[in-house]
Ligand binder design. Structure first.
Ligand code: DGJ
Length: 787
């Protein structure tokens, strides 16, 4: 709800309050942001008070009633150069007279139902309205009459998920051009507390690892500069007060609906204020706005929770599912897929594909994804990007025929594309070398042997839309994996459709136009975003593509960290998670088939290994995995996710149904520990008084795990790594312990279940939990209803 009383705007959601005051000097003061409060007429209690000027400061207007005010020590809604606020600022405008100062003062406001009324005009992805959680918008207009500029601060409220979004709009009413050197989407100023900042950082194959730092004094900044939201620093950030746990404590979450260069700054000022800024990165950004033109920033997302970090994650997950992804995919169960990339790389033909498809069907999978290498003359990564014509010689038939063959097996068909790229060695590049991003006369640097297409150029966009439409209409394709395998460098449009200062932003606008057209034309096709894994994992992509390939790294131990980090800001149904071969292709680490599966369950499950070469035992295990996942798919993809525990020895994740009658927990142990006490299974968010049956999912324990110790129980001698061990291993595994309890929700949540003893090197029987390195169990928790 948004109310306005005198000079106060009070925005409330179910659990939070956001209060803005219009000051006598016409600047906007942030009076409060946090847990919902009851305010009658006592807003004065929230305002900053000053009697005398601070030493060595700029005072805004000494004759005014609000004299002695230094804006440097006010929590402001949006702040400006030249006003004496020396913190990091959200806005830098270069005026036609080459000055940088701006003074935007309050002018007027509008409150209306629904999202920002000009959302479509922004040509940017944005939060959607939803009849189950109706949005409401506040537009505050500020004016700088000296330069005839208008700045609108837009706040949209999504009450059920405790989210307020922010964005800014600049309108130039002057006859001269103004140049935006910086314009952030969100500024939030609040009094300083002992905050910890969590950011989610990484590189290829190790995206979104959580890093925490204490905020003491000064600024901390993360950014991306490679043209995408990047794997270096995700735009999602989390601030929590010291001592906040996953379940208890104050937390603020901020994200940006944008897929290009972004920047987030958190500053603790010496006056004891905290400032958060989020928006487009101002490096290489210089955007002219001519007479009567309008510039829209992307939308930033702000949430707050007193229920710890899981509380913020829940808000963000609900927001993404109900207000960001295409509504036709919200709560729609995602198919279990087999992708041929790590099974074959570029080396496949029709018989290999059909072998994978038939085995996939036999194992219970639902969708086959033909990855890179099906087009042009692409048999390695040196050619053909841009030539999106089917290599019929390689496939042995047309795409339509292949898809028909796959569909005949009862399997859906998906295809890989990389539509933003062109290989130097391609027909497209030979015909249109000026469509690639490059600076004329300079040596062009390549990434994975390829160049990026100039999406600022309308001709390029139209060509790509046309050719992909044709392709997708040519066969029954129900899924598209949209890849992007190199960052942008030498940002320059040969067509002159963007100046270097506009380039990165216009590239993103161009990409959104292409995705908008294609996803509109094919609303039932499930698009999965990908950028060498999770290089572009953000809300802008999720607006068009309801899921993203989380990382090229499918190693279970790495995925624990990657999926954990990703889960802070994004729901499980947004993440692709595959079971791949062991040793893993990225780390060479060996993990059990069940651990790989149990970690991949917390996302959209897929397989990405040569399933035509599985042993009898592996086939049986995978069949069982798929049956299990199908039984609980809705819970894994759409249940409420909680990070229950994370210490040096355990990780516990949990998904719970909305009515709290069902939950599944993953207990993961990175390392075996000898002679240790029991693991304790804790749960969260259940009904205290309800009774639950808790049982461990049975996993297969390979006899190889025991090395030559197996001879202590085997009637015949089995040599380690010998032919017999290998032969037995293909057809036989030991069963894991059986473990089952009927317990109350309160017991599970507060006492926890002391699980059976782990293998400690002394002996083994059916009560021993064999938990080596990188081992895991799933516990199914189901309410037992009394008759
Ligand atoms: C990078 C992706 O992340 C992989 O899954 C695969 O599709 C390759 N590109 C193909 O080139």
């Amino acid at each position: 709800m948004i109310t306005r009383k005198n000079n106060i705007f009070h925005i409330t959601t179910q659990k939070l309050s956001y209060i803005i005051g219009i000051r006598a000097d016409k600047y906007l003061e942030n009076l409060y942001f946090g847990q919902k409060i009851n305010v009658q007429n006592d807003y004065l209690a929230l305002a900053e008070k000053t009697a005398f000027p601070y030493g060595y400061s700029v005072v805004i207007n000494e004759k005014d009633k609000d004299k002695n005010i230094t804006l440097d020590n006010i929590c402001l809604e949006y702040s400006f150069h030249g006003t004496g606020d020396y913190r990091n600022l959200p806005l830098l405008l270069k005026m036609h007279d080459n000055t940088y100062s701006s003074r935007f003062e309050y002018d007027s406001f509008k409150i209306y139902e629904g999202i920002y009324k000009d959302s479509d005009k922004t040509h940017l992805p944005h939060a959607r309205d939803n009849k189950n959680d109706k949005a409401e918008t506040l537009e505050i207009t500020l004016k700088d009459d000296f330069y005839h500029l208008e700045l609108r601060l837009i706040y949209t409220v999504f009450s059920a998920c405790d989210v307020i979004t922010r964005r800014c709009v600049l309108v130039n009413h002057d006859k001269e051009t103004v140049t935006i050197e910086k314009m952030m989407s969100l500024q939030l100023d609040i009094p300083k507390k002992d905050y910890i900042l969590s950011t989610f950082d990484g590189l290829w194959a190790r995206e979104r690892h959580q890093n925490d730092k204490e905020l003491i004094s000064g600024s901390y900044m993360i950014e991306s500069l490679n043209g995408t939201s990047s794997n270096r620093h995700n735009p999602f950030i989390l601030l929590s007060t010291k001592g906040t746990t996953q379940e208890v404590g104050e937390c603020i979450g901020v994200n940006l609906v944008y897929s290009g260069n972004h920047k987030e700054i958190v500053e603790v000022s010496e006056y004891g204020k905290l400032r958060i800024l989020s928006g487009i990165n101002d490096t290489c950004f210089s955007y002219p706005v001519k007479k009567e033109e309008v510039f829209y920033t992307p939308e930033a997302v702000l949430t707050f929770s007193c229920d710890g970090k899981n509380g913020v994650s829940k808000n963000m997950h609900d927001f993404v599912l109900n207000h960001v992804i295409p509504p036709q995919f919200a709560y729609k169960e995602r198919p279990i897929l087999i992708n041929n990339w790590e099974a074959t790389y570029f080396n496949f033909n029709q018989s290999k594909i059909m072998g994978l498809v038939k085995e996939a069907k036999h194992l219970g999978m639902e969708l086959f994804v033909l990855d890179d290498g099906w087009f042009g003359e692409r048999n390695d990564d040196t050619s053909s990007l841009g030539d999106w014509t089917v290599n019929e010689k390689k496939l042995g038939c047309s795409l339509r025929t292949l898809v028909e063959k796959v569909n005949k097996q009862g399997i859906e068909f998906g295809i890989w594309l990389e539509p933003e790229m062109v290989s130097e060695n391609s027909k497209l590049y030979r015909e249109h070398s000026d469509w690639a991003i490059a600076i004329p006369g300079r040596k062009t640097y390549l990434g994975r042997n390829q160049m990026v297409l100039d999406y600022t150029n309308q001709k390029v966009r139209d060509y790509i839309v046309g050719i992909i439409k044709e392709l997708l209409h040519s066969a029954n394709i129900s899924y598209v994996k949209w890849d992007m395998n190199r960052p942008i460098s030498d940002a320059f449009s040969n067509a002159g459709s963007a100046t270097p200062g506009e380039f990165y932003h216009k590239y993103v606008l161009g990409l959104y136009e292409v995705m908008e057209k294609l996803t509109k034309e094919f609303p039932e096709v499930l698009f999965e975003g990908c950028s060498s894994g999770g290089n572009r994992f953000d809300l802008g992509m999720l607006y068009y593509m309801p899921q993203i390939w989380t990382s090229d790294d499918t190693d279970a131990q790495e995925r624990i960290q990657i999926q954990s980090g990703t889960s802070y800001g994004y729901p499980l149904s947004g993440m692709g998670a595959h079971v791949s071969a062991s040793p893993n292709h990225q780390t060479l680490r060996n993990t059990s088939l069940d651990t790989r599966f149990q970690v991949a369950c917390f996302g959209n499950l897929g397989y990405e290994l040569d399933i035509t070469k599985l042993t009898t035992v592996e086939k049986k295990i995978i069949k069982g995995q798929i049956e299990f996942y199908k039984q609980y798919r809705a819970l894994f993809q759409y249940g409420e996710f909680k990070r229950v525990l994370s210490d040096n020895e355990h990780i516990i994740w949990q998904v719970t149904s909305k009515d709290k009658s069902k939950a599944i927990s993953l207990l993961y142990r990175p390392y075996a520990k000898p002679n240790d006490s029991a693991d304790i299974l804790y749960a969260k968010g259940l009904k205290e008084d309800a009774m639950y049956r808790v049982h461990a999912r049975e996993v297969a324990i390979s006899i190889k795990e025991f090395g030559n110790l197996i001879n202590q129980i085997s009637p015949i001698s089995i040599k380690e790594e010998g032919i017999l061990q290998s032969a037995v291993n293909k057809v036989y595994t030991l069963k894991s312990e059986k473990e089952e309890y009927i317990v109350s929700g309160s017991l599970l949540m507060y006492a926890g279940i002391k699980l059976k003893q782990r293998f400690i090197g002394i002996g083994h029987n059916e009560d021993t939990r064999v938990m080596g390195d990188f081992s895991s169990r799933l516990y199914v928790i189901e309410e037992v209803k009394s008759k």
